[in-house]
Write a protein that binds this ligand. Structure first.
Ligand SMILES: O=C(O)[C@H](CS(=O)(=O)O)OP(=O)(O)O
Ligand code: MG
Length: 229
């Protein structure tokens, strides 16, 4: 198995058999908790306008996401995993628009199989991909740290690669790097009431779950679905 880490949301230089897109703060920590709260699926929107168009055609969908980290006027939910944990999303379908993770995922759909995760589901996702590699020793895997410069997603990417390569690195240094990353800073400065420090605490918490998040590319719009691990 050949594992390559890329940073940023642009299309990677190579197309891999399997791609794992990481967004710890906060898109795919949000997605993980959306499924833990019972949702059926999450469409990925490349723009706010596309999200509203989907909602116009499907009024029962819930719009979630951010622009510059901030809630979008007219959306049902923002990009806070802490607030998602309070919602009952049983049976709901969401549409997600975010700066890094959603964009990075939309830019790597040429890959045969695409998974998404934050740190909260990183180990489960890595172990699932490692199991898949037993059927194909030549398998190529791209791990995308979606933030263009932040150490949060890169730390998680290196953690996932360590599991794939069988040389597991401890979780605590990974958590330390996420906590002290550039993307986390604004959540700890007192005057940022829209950025709650509780979000980072949720992003740092690994949650045992029996599923991974895979992108279904067969629909008109790509959709994250929960798949038994
Ligand atoms: O909402 C977030 O946490 C970020 C926006 S920013 O990078 O902090 O400005 O978006 P995401 O796509 O979840 O990384
Ligand atoms: Mg992020």
């Amino acid at each position: 198995m050949k594992v390559t880490i890329y940073q940023g949301s642009r299309p990677p230089a190579t197309i891999a058999d399997i791609t794992i897109v990481i967004d710890v703060i906060r898109a795919f920590t949000v997605a993980h908790h959306v499924f833990l709260q019972g949702a059926d699926g999450i469409y990925l929107a490349e723009s706010v306008e596309q999200a509203f168009q989907l909602k116009k055609e499907n009024p029962e969908y819930l719009l979630a996401g951010e622009v510059n980290g901030l809630a979008i006027n007219g959306f049902d939910l923002d990009n806070s995993p802490y607030r998602i944990k309070e919602k009952n999303l049983a049976g709901r379908t969401l549409v997600q628009r975010t700066t890094n993770g959603v964009r990075a995922t939309l830019n790597c759909l040429a890959s045969k199989t695409v998974f998404v995760t934050g740190f909260s589901n990183a180990r489960t996702t890595a172990e699932c991909v490692k199991k898949l590699s037993r059927r194909n020793k030549q398998m190529t895997v791209n791990v995308i740290a979606s933030h263009p410069s932040g150490d949060d997603d890169l730390a998680c990417a290196e953690y996932i690669k360590s599991i794939l390569m069988g040389s597991l690195i401890p979780e605590e240094p990974v958590r330390d790097r996420i906590r002290s990353s550039q993307a986390a800073e604004k959540f700890f400065t007192d005057n940022q009431s829209c950025f709650k420090r509780e979000d980072i605490l949720v992003c740092l918490q690994a949650v045992e779950s029996d599923f991974v998040m895979r992108v279904d590319k067969s629909k008109e719009f790509p959709m994250i679905e929960r798949v038994a691990r």
